[in-house]
Design a protein around this ligand. Structure first.
Ligand SMILES: CC(C)(COP(=O)(O)OP(=O)(O)OC[C@H]1O[C@@H](n2cnc3c(N)ncnc32)[C@H](O)[C@@H]1OP(=O)(O)O)[C@@H](O)C(=O)NCCC(=O)NCCS
Length: 262
């Protein structure tokens, strides 16, 4: 789906891959952790999850939700580790050949990501100091993605695999704004992709606001959206003019971020 994946934990036979994507216009890089179900069994969550996170992972009865949770945590911790790193965002925490090994695992374990009352991710650093970083994350089957940013800023992200059935659910279940409908008629994107872009942008805003989808969905609607080149789209929201969104359309997935203008 994306170029330039780096392999994590390379000595293991089946490795998890990681990728850092910098979108022009977003101050913070997006991190991805990818694997398939078989791979994840080789990357022992005990290597990078805290005890509390391992307990939470153990609460999932079925494999896929547990793996999605774990991939989301891995992406979140990579993003946090990267944000702590003084080096440029293309390389944080990872050596060029991907063999970061135990040092990276230790850094990842130093962050605990738990959830607040509304489900929002909360970061605790091992030193018990007040967290200086926050994270937003999303996970679908085999892919976790996250963005880390200074605590106090409001950023949300959402990811959807491009899937006709999922798009149809959006089409049937989500009343779109006049501007969203107008954009759907003129956009060069295939309709399923365009619908999922609108949906992920709304979910990203819900996460940035901290309510998720537990709100009137029309309050998350977009009022404008335009192509910014290279598969990137920029937008503004109808009821939250203080937020912008940046969406990235890949061959298999759509990722949106919502954030307040700096
Ligand atoms: C937040 C929400 C939009 C998640 O969307 P999703 O597409 O199912 O799942 P994603 O993988 O994209 O995101 C999941 C992550 O969002 C984050 N999240 C959950 N609630 C959040 C909130 N209120 N604010 C910000 N982030 C939130 C969490 O980190 C979660 O991952 P984790 O549980 O592993 O930590 C959705 O679950 C929601 O709105 N929940 C609120 C409660 C609610 O309305 N429940 C009924 C839903 S029908």
């Amino acid at each position: 789906m994306l170029r330039d994946w780096q392999t994590l934990f390379a000595p293991r036979p089946l490795a998890t891959r990681a990728l850092c994507l910098q979108l022009d216009g977003l101050a913070f890089p997006l991190w991805f952790a990818s694997t398939d179900a078989a791979d994840l069994k080789e990357v022992l969550p005990v290597d990078f999850l805290t005890a509390a996170e391992q307990a939470r992972a153990g609460e999932f009865k079925f494999g896929q939700p547990r793996e999605n949770f774990t991939l989301g945590r891995l992406a979140g911790k990579l993003a946090l580790t990267g944000a702590m790193d003084a080096r440029p965002p293309q390389t944080p925490g990872l050596s060029p050949d991907g063999t970061a090994g135990e040092a990276l695992e230790r850094k990842l374990r130093a962050f605990d990501i738990h959830n607040g009352e509304r489900g929002e991710p909360l970061v605790r650093a091992g030193d018990d100091k007040l967290p200086t970083l926050a994270v937003s994350l999303s996970h679908v089957n085999g892919l976790g993605t996250a963005v880390a940013f200074p605590a106090g800023e409001r950023v949300g992200m959402d990811l959807e695999l491009i899937d006709a059935q999922r798009a149809e659910t959006v089409r049937r279940g989500v009343p779109l704004s006049v501007e969203e409908e107008a954009w759907l008629r003129i956009t060069s994107l295939p309709e399923a992709t365009a619908l999922l872009l609108l949906w992920t942008a709304r979910e990203a805003l819900g996460k940035a606001l901290g309510c998720g989808l537990a709100c009137q969905w029309e309050t998350l609607a977009l009022r404008e959206i335009e192509a910014a080149g290279d598969g990137v789209w920029r937008g503004r929201f109808r009821h939250h003019p203080e937020f912008s969104c940046l969406c990235w359309v890949g061959p298999a997935a759509v990722i949106s971020t919502a954030f307040t203008a700096r």
